[in-house]
Design a protein around this ligand. Sequence first.
Ligand SMILES: C[S@@+](CC[C@H](N)C(=O)[O-])C[C@H]1O[C@@H](n2cnc3c(N)ncnc32)[C@H](O)[C@@H]1O
Length: 298
Amino acid sequence: MLHIPVLLEESIEFLIHDIDGVYLDCTFGRGGHSQAILNKLSKFGSLTSIDKDLDAYNYGKNLIDDERHSIHHKSFSEIDDIFTKESISGILFDLGTCSTHFDDATRGFSFNKDAELDMRFDQSKGIKLRDWINNAEEEIISEILFKYGNEKKSRKIANQIIQSRSKAEIKTTLELASIIQSVFPDKKFKINPATKSFQAFRIFINDELKELQDGLIKASKILNKGGLIVIISFHSLEDRLVKNFFKDEIVSYPKDIPVNNNVTKTFNCIAKKIKPSQEEIAKNPRSRSAVMRVFQKL
Ligand SMILES: C[S@@+](CC[C@H](N)C(=O)[O-])C[C@H]1O[C@@H](n2cnc3c(N)ncnc32)[C@H](O)[C@@H]1O
């Protein structure tokens, strides 16, 4: 299945305020947002896209043949390798995974498809989930399940993983999913009980929250005054990080100093908690958890 871009019209509407401007799409994916941005720009505008996933980067190199566009295999925390000064009119972050990550069994993201446990966006570096989960301490596994998956049975799952791996290495997604499911023996679930754990492991393996934090810091430096930053999040950890990041940015004075007219506000909140319409959710159920926020640099 092709990846369907989420909140496409709404995000582009906010992002593009100068059709001759310089734009950055930090999450190329399958290029839905990038193509929509290029469609809106004049012949003087330009777009740089990045993605840390090698498949997405390679797909993008072949997809768009447009001299206004360039694409780099980079992560959020590396955008200052490409841009070093205030020069960007608008920056987009459409966070998380593409449908293609789950469809491609070889990537090890899906608990429905058997594959080696990998889950790295950037397969050229980092540690596969398989190598980590067979060596990590029980406490740490439990902490990650709780922190990144809000999994109430984090301790039991971690213990089950330890017991299981003492008999044989846990190699595949289906093996891990069945270990997690064994902690929920009797209940009937609307969603697979491995959902939260798989999300937690993915966030951990890709260091997603640290990447987002670094990306926002760097993005806010290279954005022009008046420039816009549009962020689409898919779970509350991301959305909370975004909200808190800009809360600090918005009121950038020490907390013990009273507010006065000299306070430098660096960002204005333009839009918050924008969600997909019922119509969009019906067409693309994956969009149901999306939340968009928009900030403008002053
Ligand atoms: C939801 S998809 C983007 C979909 C895209 N907007 C489209 O319309 O096709 C998110 C993409 O962000 C990439 N990504 C996730 N974390 C990243 C990071 N730290 N740096 C760069 N890319 C990242 C993923 O590899 C994935 O391709």
